[in-house]
Design a protein around this ligand. Sequence first.
Ligand SMILES: Cc1cc2nc3c(=O)[nH]c(=O)nc-3n(C[C@H](O)[C@H](O)[C@H](O)COP(=O)(O)OP(=O)(O)OC[C@H]3O[C@@H](n4cnc5c(N)ncnc54)[C@H](O)[C@@H]3O)c2cc1C
Ligand code: FES
Length: 281
Amino acid sequence: MDSTSTGWNDIYLPEMATLLRSEPMTADERFFECKLDSGKELGHMPGQFVEVSVLGIGEAPFSISSSPTQTGSFQMVVRNVGNVTHAMHGLKSGDKIGIRGPFGTHFPVEDEMRGKDIVFICGGLGRVPVRSAINYVLDNRDDYGEVTILYGTKSPAERLFLDEVEAIVSKENVKYLETVDRGDEEWTGNVGVITTLMTDMMVDPRKTVAVICGPPVMFKFAIMSLYKMGMVDKNIFVSLERHMKCGVGKCGHCQIDGLYVCQDGPVFRFADIAEVQEAIQ
Ligand SMILES: Cc1cc2nc3c(=O)[nH]c(=O)nc-3n(C[C@H](O)[C@H](O)[C@H](O)COP(=O)(O)OP(=O)(O)OC[C@H]3O[C@@H](n4cnc5c(N)ncnc54)[C@H](O)[C@@H]3O)c2cc1C
Ligand code: FES
């Protein structure tokens, strides 16, 4: 959980990396695969993020979407919303970016989650960091119990990683359920917010861990549904997103109620932030 794992004196110094792949995923999101020029592994855990710099433009934080079980490169998904992200969408294979990190806390895949049934709840871009944990769990399938993946997007066109669904559902004891806020002519699946997938769901609260990442409005309702299943705050992990600058607990940009989301998070045990109302609004 050390967010300064690159060493105290080089946390501000980006390492150069090369893009191996840069591909469109949806109208707004692009997939990137990169490799550090030093040849070293990134050395991240699922749920952590990196600060990416585009030369001459600026720097922004992005979740690492690949699992550490995939070595030799790492992956990100970037939504085009402003200066840095727009510049990133213009990059192609072979182009250089700067990387600082990995930073922040991670999902406890090697601690509390091991041996447990796991419910992954992801909304929209929340799928990006959660994918790292999903792939980690599926790559170490025997170490975990039943896995349920709930994924909600606004529309069918916004779904990410569709090409991975077949491999996910082919694994034993893995359920994959999707919903969209609004369907289209071709959509025959569930329509409604993500909690509509949880109405008839049963879990054994004594041996289940839930992981949630998505838009803030989703947290409150997803957690209420988990409570109805008997789950308690200490077994729920959430990943929060806040505006960040330094990414390493120095500038105060990401602070909520004394918590530094970049360093104390982005992954929090819900029991530790349940009182911090701003965290889930
Ligand atoms: C820990 C963490 C992980 C993230 N992971 C991803 C990811 O995997 N993929 C991804 O596409 N994005 C991710 N983001 C959000 C991403 O960092 C922002 O979209 C990015 O900083 C925008 O930079 P920009 O220069 O393109 O936009 P700017 O030109 O700075 O801003 C454009 C617009 O985006 C808004 N904005 C900027 N930063 C944020 C933010 N953090 N949250 C909400 N709105 C913001 C601004 O208010 C403005 O309206 C993550 C953020 C954090 C803190
Ligand atoms: S981003 Fe600077 S303190 Fe968190």
